[in-house]
Design a protein around this ligand. Structure first.
Ligand SMILES: [Zn+2]
Ligand SMILES: [Zn+2]
Length: 114
């Protein structure tokens, strides 16, 4: 009987629950995403893309197809998913934009008109 060969497979996760990561990683991730938001405000999209890439590396998300990450800010549950921004479903509650991940949008879609 031979031993099973350990194959080195890269982490192919496309979404991560932020609350399952160590708080130091969560803080570092938040800091990167905040920097990315500031870069976007200054229309520095090179920095924005780079910061999202770093944030993805940090939490082990395989580079999303859109190159951009989104955080689920669903008000209906305590979902902390981070995922490909391509799959984000946004809604407005008053003046504030919230984001739902695919799972939340399927299970309890919000429109802001509730
Ligand atoms: Zn969600
Ligand atoms: Zn939800």
């Amino acid at each position: 009987m031979g031993h099973a060969v350990m194959t080195h497979t890269p982490n192919q996760a496309t979404e991560i629950h932020l609350d399952r990561l160590p708080s130091s990683i969560q803080d570092a991730f938040d800091a990167l995403m905040d920097q990315a938001d500031k870069a976007a405000e200054h229309r520095d999209f090179t920095a924005y893309a780079l910061l999202h890439k770093q944030a993805g590396h940090l939490i082990g998300i395989h580079r999303p197809a859109s190159g951009e990450l989104a955080r689920c800010t669903c008000q209906n549950c305590y979902c902390t998913r981070v995922f490909d921004a391509n799959k984000a479903r946004c809604y407005m509650d008053g003046q504030i934009e919230f984001v739902q991940c695919e799972t939340c949008a399927d299970e309890h879609r919000l429109t802001g008109d509730e």
